[in-house]
Write a protein that binds this ligand. Structure first.
Ligand code: ATP
Length: 211
């Protein structure tokens, strides 16, 4: 069984997240995808919606896809949402499954700033999605990790439980939550960037400056 783990702030979840992650899910031939908002993002300021609201929007965004679970895993834990700790817990829960941690190239580019980054591959594979508008180069450490661990064989992700890096061929969708929040705050059009149910939720709960 191959499980995809997709973590993020999702403040809010947008079509860039949903369409690329579903393309990654298909490309990887995965069985389940856990989409998991982070509780206290270690790399950012406090988000605009509460953790519960971000989780509710994730649930709505994938409501048509039965293989996707909106996961409160990181919200249940006290303190920071370090991906390493979550992957360690997931590994204990599913000792025999392949775990694939999914992330965009912008996040991957400075993976070496993450807590315990050198151990991530002990618990999961990493699969990297293209991120067109964000072209931060990989750090030298990340470049070195790719040289050591990249595979182009999908079968390896299924046969080994962790340890490889796979660069995905996902579509380029130039949407970011930052740009979306800015559009919401300044009265520009924004609904087409999110799933209709997420747009309705944002309006109903007056999030991101909506009256
Ligand atoms: P922000 O603009 O607030 O930083 P974001 O849009 O990058 O937000 P996050 O919740 O920080 O969203 O991202 C979660 C994960 O999804 C990260 O791994 C990020 O790289 C990835 N991601 C976000 N948007 C896209 C996109 N348009 N295409 C591919 N990956 C994306």
């Amino acid at each position: 069984m191959l499980r995809v783990v997709f973590g993020g702030t999702f403040d809010p979840i947008h079509k860039g997240h949903v369409q690329t992650s579903l393309a990654a899910f298909a490309e990887l031939g995965a069985e389940i995808m856990h989409v998991m908002p982070s509780a206290l993002p270690p790399h950012r300021d406090y988000p605009g919606a509460t953790a519960e609201q971000r989780l509710a929007m994730v649930d709505l965004a994938y409501s048509e896809v039965t293989q996707v679970i909106a996961e409160d895993w990181e919200l249940r834990r006290e303190g920071h949402s370090y991906s390493l700790l979550t992957l360690q817990e997931m590994r204990e829960t599913w000792p025999n499954d392949s775990l694939v941690f999914l992330l965009g190239n912008d996040a991957f580019a400075n993976l070496d700033s993450w807590f315990g980054w050198q151990q991530l591959l002990d618990y999961a594979h990493l699969a990297v999605m293209r991120r067109p508008a964000q072209t931060t180069p990989w750090t030298a450490a990340v470049q070195g990790l790719v040289e050591a661990r990249q595979t182009t064989a999908l079968t390896e992700l299924h046969q080994q439980r962790s340890g490889a890096i796979y660069l995905l061929d996902t579509p380029d969708i130039a949407i970011s939550a930052t740009a979306l929040r800015a559009a919401l705050a300044t009265g520009q059009s924004w609904r087409e960037w999110v799933a209709p149910k997420v747009a309705d939720y944002i309006e109903k709960h007056h999030l991101y400056g909506q009256l």
